[in-house]
Design a protein around this ligand. Structure first.
Ligand SMILES: [Zn+2]
Length: 655
């Protein structure tokens, strides 16, 4: 069983000792979530999804693959080459959950999995059930597509979670033995090459942070430096860009290739900067971020415009219906933006985290915690064509009633699980001046500031539905310290009061309000973000959505589901009238409780086209569209009643 007494309590990323970070991560246990929007989702993740994940990992053969590798059973390996990684992600989630609140069933599942992994590990430290069940032991024969180092990365992260959350070093011993073996194989004067799918880089940096072993940091740098030689072929015929092998990391100017690979690589590169301070790495990441934010980011925070190669598209290539927006790309973006935030202190990165969290990652799991989207389209045409994940057999391209339970390539569901389980890690940080609040949720936050005083805060909010954020100082020392509160990019007229008095002459720093004083216990800071529903337009170069509007309320992007509209089956005929005000109402009975937004709209007269697909553009308008009320729900909740027509972008009134 897990000894709890010697856990460090750190979270998935620890920059407390990183010399080039601007912000330092808090201990994982320093933030406790209270009842609110996220507790509902995270409780479902803990009580349903983790158990369901265990069921699926058994059913799909993931555990059996390890049993075969360990010689415990006979049989054939099942699934993709990276099946082990799904177990590791799920195990990481388990570690955070058990660390928060021990649960005997979760502990038993974790124990059994750790013992199985230990049994499967070879005496030299290597572990990968696909390679070990292939016959003679031949590791690293397919670096481009084999995913061995990718799987290793998730093992390292799970092991770090076990150590930090539970003080349980069994998995860390396994991870370090494997990492040491990898160190013995790869390096400047050893074997060259790197994994086709980045991930191990950030995991190795974290393993260095956890153990202090510099060789793991050196190996991360080696793997990062290996990329860009133009020798990887890319899956099928996508070419080296698919693996980000088309350009050296320090020369990167734009996001390219497979989106998850690009963003995991970026996370590792940013981690390397945080430890080494090499400016060329950060400069490259700043260029990458600018390219994504200005030309390749969906309004939902989703990334990856193309099914082909699960890749980024050209600048402004952001179709709504045939987009990819893989959940893992959203999670990778969240992880990368966290590291960029730590490196720079810039609120724009927390804004990106918020956008992708509420509108892409949260859209993946169904409200029941037992069904998951892999791909997150922004439009579905009457539910006639929905691709659920990549490389599907034709039988799986269909119109389902709900999200699939699992996927043949099940990378996304356990990735959501581990992110949700470690959610509180991302709410706040500290630096030499004080505390930074990045994300809003009811929570208790405590921190030992670098000047030696202990600070406790209590945050009360009904975010994201309402914009009031109330911070109560529960404990403070006698020295002045700064409280930084992020002002989200969408918030136009925020106001703030301290102990009931409206504050003026506010200091803004990098997207944060900065308040410094000798805080007293029971001081109250009240921020009003004025959440109001609004229309959003896209850059005209995004031709797929030119002339359209989306609805946003606070951090939440909305969509229209066919089933909510006055006349069903006419989602393609809808226009929105932006001259009419948006009306908001709380619906407690739908979708676990959501704020619904209604807009003035119209149905165009499709019949007047008489079946024609085209007609001269100067044809007279034969009939006036009929008015209707458009009913919009949060995009994250779509597809939870039945999967039907849906659209985020709505054409503006044409005449
Ligand atoms: Zn995925």
């Amino acid at each position: 069983m897990f000894p709890h007494d010697n856990s460090s309590g750190l979270g998935p990323v620890d920059t407390s000792q990183s010399p080039h970070t601007l912000l330092k991560t808090l201990k994982f246990k320093s933030v406790t979530l209270n009842e609110g929007f996220w507790t509902k989702r995270l409780t479902i993740n803990r009580k349903i999804s983790l158990h369901f994940g265990f069921e699926m990992l058994n059913k799909d053969g993931n555990f059996d693959n390890l049993r075969i590798a360990a010689g415990l059973i006979k049989g054939n390996y099942r699934g993709y080459v990276f099946q082990d990684s799904d177990i590791y992600k799920w195990l990481e989630a388990l570690a955070w959950e058990v660390g928060k609140d021990p649960d005997q069933e979760l502990v038993s599942m974790a124990d059994a999995a750790v013992e199985l992994i230990a049994a499967a590990q070879l005496p030299n430290g290597y572990i990968n059930s696909f390679v070990q069940t292939r016959g003679s032991f031949e590791p690293w024969i397919d670096l481009d597509d084999g995913h061995e180092l990718y799987c290793a990365g998730f093992l390292f992260q799970a092991a770090i979670a076990f150590q930090r959350a539970l003080g349980d070093h069994r998995l860390l011993n396994i991870a370090c033995r494997f990492a040491d073996y990898i160190c013995s194989v790869f390096g400047p004067d050893k074997r060259h090459g790197t994994c086709g799918h980045p991930e191990v880089e950030m995991a190795l940096v974290e393993l260095f942070r956890e153990t202090g072993e510099v060789r793991y940091l050196d190996l991360a740098k080696f793997f990062i430096d290996q990329r860009g030689q133009n020798i990887m072929k890319g899956h099928r015929s996508y070419g080296p860009e698919y693996n980000q092998d088309h350009i050296h990391v320090r020369q990167v100017i734009e996001a390219a290739g497979h989106s998850v690979r690009q963003l995991y690589l970026a996370s590792g590169v940013t981690d390397l900067f945080l430890e080494t301070g090499e400016q060329a790495l950060l400069d490259a990441m700043l260029r990458l971020s600018k390219d994504i934010i200005e030309t390749k980011l969906y309004i939902t925070g989703g990334l990856g415009a193309r099914f082909d190669g699960e890749s980024f598209g050209d600048p402004y290539e952001l179709p709504s219906d045939q987009c990819y927006c893989e959940t893992c790309a959203g999670i990778a973006s969240f992880m990368w933006n966290w590291r960029m935030l730590l490196a720079s202190g810039g609120g724009c990165y927390a804004d990106q985290m918020e956008r992708v969290l509420y509108n892409n990652i949260l859209a993946s799991p169904a409200l029941d915690g037992r069904h998951y989207f892999y791909i997150n389209p922004l439009m579905l045409r009457e539910a006639r064509y929905l691709r659920l994940s990549t490389d599907l057999p034709p039988s799986e391209i269909f119109t389902p009633d709900q999200r699939p339970e699992w996927h043949d390539c099940a990378c996304c569901p356990p990735n959501v699980m581990r992110l949700f389980s470690s959610f509180t890690h991302y709410l706040a940080t500290h630096d030499a001046k004080g505390i930074q609040i990045h994300h809003f949720a009811p929570a208790d936050i405590e921190c030992d500031l670098t000047m030696g005083q202990r600070v406790k805060l209590n945050m009360i909010t009904d975010y994201p539905w309402h914009g009031q954020i109330r911070l109560r100082i529960a404990e403070s020392g006698n020295s002045p310290w700064g409280l930084s509160i992020r002002i989200p990019e969408w918030s136009q007229y925020p106001t703030i009061s301290i102990n009931g008095k409206v504050a003026s002459d506010l200091r803004h720093e990098k997207g944060y309000l900065y308040l410094e004083r000798i805080w007293q216990a029971e001081d109250i800071i009240e921020l009003e973000l004025n959440i109001e529903a609004m229309f959003v337009a896209s850059n005209p170069r995004v031709d797929a959505t030119r002339g359209c509007s989306a609805i946003q309320r606070g951090p939440i992007i909305y969509c229209l589901e066919d089933r909510d509209q006055e006349i069903r089956g006419r989602l393609l005929d809808i226009e929105v009238d932006k001259d009419q005000p948006l009306v908001t109402r709380w619906d407690n009975d739908q979708l676990d409780g959501v704020m619904v937004v209604e807009a003035g709209g119209r149905f165009i007269d499709f019949e007047s086209w008489h079946g024609r697909l085209y007609q001269p553009a100067y044809s007279p308008v034969l009939s006036i569209p009929s008015p209707t009320r458009l009913v919009a729900i949060p995009y994250y909740a779509w597809g939870n009643r039945v999967i039907g027509g849906m659209r985020v972008w709505i054409p503006n009134k044409s005449i």
